[in-house]
Design a protein around this ligand. Structure first.
Ligand code: ADP
Ligand code: MG
Length: 703
């Protein structure tokens, strides 16, 4: 048994928290920092120097040798460039370390190799990182030693965002401003800020490290490109919430410890539906911090897994035939004095402010369903959305019985007189306590579900940054609030105006509400009748970024300008083509150097057995038919392999990014499927000892 952990003692140990600043900074500097965190603005140069020095002293005391501006370029993961604190050796050989306010606040990484979708080429090659003072600095312990990480935004010389954090911060300001207008109208003049709260639920797979290293597909692409289903998959559902295996438990314990030290408030952990799949959820935090922390969670999962001789797979679909992984984005709006604007209370029908905000959100989601879908799109996620395991690719909102009933009353009569109650849960066992049921059951198939006092956006992929989904959500809701506030601020009779607007929004946008089974074919047809978009792939979704509607929305609220949107679209195409290209090349490699040679060897063995059996005078028919089956599959495989090589060559000639992405989707992917199918059938025909790499059974059940 490993050692005990005292969570109170270690929590935030590696974070330069507000509390540490209070201890270490002169009072006036501390006050200035807190003021900037709470109300925006910039630190004076003098104060920045003081903060930097205190931060460095704390970091060095804790073993840090380097610092880095930690940022989130458009690759979706984080980037860092380490500089040591070493500055000057004195004449006696004594080393002086330093860290200035300037180094804290601004960095200039050699940014030319980060994707910019042409942004930097058009303007100026420089990229700058700037300190996000609202997200605390932290110490990362790794093989490289201890590094002070400073969360930063990454922009071009002319201020265009080259990262995911900048637009997120802009969208948080936009929704704050518009939400404040709404609550002021409803008589709240105490709250000074509306924060976006985000709680991500992160799914992942763990597999044995040595086994994973024997599979090129896992090494290069993070998912399996070949692999037949084992006799047992997830059909028994015995893994879900099942007892956590010892090896995984040890991993989780270390992961928790590392995350707590980094101030990440992770809270729940359990096994997921698929074998080898697990989930971790931290307690919700302010959006930008939650997004940073989610990046830390993903990085730490990979690192800690390696220490436990496992590989953590964050890909959305590591294994065909078992569930993939997602990341539920729980989202709500809370004031700085603790009021959750999405809390309906016990009697939602009487909570007019809540109902009004709900109506605005429904309007936002319906108006911009395409953009919301886009915000969760990524290559890996194309395998999940619409595949009856994750939400469908069609955006709809689940409200639950109680709220749907209230909304229906509002649409029909303009008034909601009653709310359905949950009633008592009766277990039929006298010794179990009776408790109030929630008034609403859950619906696991809905992409955007109201879950009590928050919305849960369930489309996001497991490997994706949560920045995009929250940026879009914040912005579309800011727009709806703004349009509503424009009307209400000029209304002669506020109550009547609220009533009329609510009825108008709900009537016009009720098509977005759907409480039924999102996996059914009827829903796909019904959604089409309602005119809801059904955007099937990442690259189709990319086009939604530059419609007139999208440009107007994002420009009005200062979240993205048109150039930034266009560059993001370019990057999506580029990234899509690159990803499928790597997958195709990996398949070509595995098929030609591993699978086909192994099958040929095995077929050769069978052929000599056929001859031996025949010579012995026994019946060789069964063996012969097995051999024929194998050689038929083998020739199918060989044909598909040749075709894949050929289309891959053709792709190289395509220069236009968009055309190339579509070529990969429509012409390369189907050939990859055609290559996989006979290979997976062969896996079932060939002796396990002759198969060239670990199988699904090896990875999922014996890992
Ligand atoms: P559920 O079981 O409904 O998914 P959990 O309590 O497990 O709910 O919460 C899932 C995630 O949602 C957690 O990260 C949690 O902190 C977060 N969460 C809870 N309340 C809110 C809220 N008001 N706003 C944003 N996230 C929230
Ligand atoms: Mg949940």
């Amino acid at each position: 048994m490993s050692s005990k952990v005292n969570v109170e003692e270690i929590f935030g140990q590696n974070v330069f928290t507000i509390a540490k600043m209070r201890e270490r900074l002169p009072k006036n500097v501390y006050n200035e920092v807190v003021n900037v965190i709470e109300h925006g603005g910039t630190l004076s140069k003098e104060s920045a120097d003081v903060v930097a020095n205190a931060m460095k002293n704390w970091a060095v005391e804790n073993g840090a040798t380097h610092f880095t501006h930690w940022f989130q370029p458009l690759t979706g993961i984080t980037a860092e460039k380490h500089d040591s604190f070493v500055t000057n050796a004195e004449s006696d050989g004594h080393m002086i370390t330093s860290f200035s306010g300037k180094e804290l606040i601004k960095g200039e990484p050699d940014a030319s190799s980060f994707p910019s979708g042409g942004l930097r080429a058009t303007f100026e090659a420089r990229g700058y990182t700037t300190w996000d003072i609202t997200s605390p600095a932290f110490l990362k312990e790794s093989g490289a030693g201890v590094t002070l990480c400073i969360p930063t935004a990454f922009c071009s010389y002319t201020g265009e965002a080259l990262d995911k954090k900048t637009p997120l911060l802009r969208s948080m300001e936009a929704v704050n401003k518009q939400a404040l207008r709404i609550i002021r109208l409803f008589g709240n003049d105490r709250s000074t800020k509306v924060n976006v709260s985000v709680g991500p639920e992160q799914e992942y797979f763990l597999v044995d490290w040595d086994k994973s290293m024997k599979r090129e597909d896992l090494i290069f692409t993070g998912r399996t490109l070949f692999g037949a289903m084992p006799p047992k998959g997830q059909e028994m559902e015995d893994h879900y919430f099942g007892v956590i295996r010892e090896r995984v438990g040890e991993f989780m314990k270390d992961l928790n410890t590392e995350l707590w030290k980094l101030g990440v408030p992770d809270k729940t952990q359990h096994n997921e539906v698929a074998p080898g799949q697990h989930e971790l959820a931290p307690i919700y935090e302010t959006a930008n911090i939650a997004v940073d922390h989610n990046q830390i969670i993903m990085e730490t999962m990979k690192r800690v897994a390696e220490h436990h001789h496992m590989r953590c797979l964050l890909h959305e679909k590591p294994f065909a035939g078992v569930n993939g992984s997602g990341k539920h984005d729980n989202w709500s709006l809370c004031t700085d004095d603790g009021i959750n604007l999405l809390d309906p209370g016990d009697t939602p029908n009487k909570n007019i402010q809540f109902l009004f905000i709900l109506s605005c959100i429904l309007k936002a989601v319906d108006t911009h369903a395409d953009l919301l879908r886009q915000s969760a799109a990524d290559v890996g996620n194309d395998h999940r959305l619409g595949a009856n395991e994750a939400p469908p690719a069609i955006i709809s909102v689940f409200l639950g019985e109680q709220l749907e009933d209230v909304v229906r009353q509002l649409i029909e009569t303009g008034e909601a007189k009653r709310s359905k109650r949950g009633g008592k849960l009766r277990t039929g066992v006298s010794t179990l306590p009776q408790f109030e049921k929630d008034a609403t059951d859950r619906n696991r198939t809905s992409p955007f579900a109201f879950t009590g006092n928050k919305f849960e956006f369930r489309m996001v992929g497991s490997s994706d940054s949560m920045a995009s989904s929250n940026t879009t959500l914040n912005t579309i809701v800011a727009e709806a609030f703004c349009e509503a506030a424009d009307v209400l601020e000029n209304a002669e009779d506020f109550d009547i105006a609220v009533h009329d607007l609510m009825k108008e929004y709900l009537t016009k946008h009720q098509r977005i509400i759907f409480n039924g089974d999102g996996y059914s074919d009827e829903w796909v047809e019904e959604a089409a009748r309602r005119g809801l978009p059904n955007i099937k792939s990442t690259i189709e979704a990319a086009d939604t970024l530059t419609t007139d509607k999208a440009v107007e929305l994002f420009e009005t609220f200062g979240v993205y300008n048109k150039t930034e949107l266009e560059s993001r679209k370019e990057i999506i195409f580029e990234n899509y083509a690159k990803t499928i290209n790597i997958e195709a090349l990996t398949m070509i490699d595995m098929a030609s150097k591993q699978i086909i040679p192994a099958v040929m060897k095995y077929a050769g063995k069978l052929a000599s057995y056929v001859n031996e059996i025949k010579a012995a005078g026994a019946d060789e028919a069964a063996l012969l038919s097995e051999l024929k089956e194998i050689t038929t599959e083998l020739s199918d495989m060989k044909n598909a392999l040749d075709e894949l090589k050929e289309v891959e060559q053709r792709a190289r000639k395509i220069k236009d990014e968009r055309e190339l992405a579509y070529f990969y989707k429509d012409s390369v992917r189907p050939v990859m499927d055609a290559l996989r199918a006979p290979a997976d059938r062969l896996e079932m025909l060939v002796d396990k000892n002759d198969w060239p790499f670990p199988t699904y059974a090896d990875l999922l059940f014996e890992g």
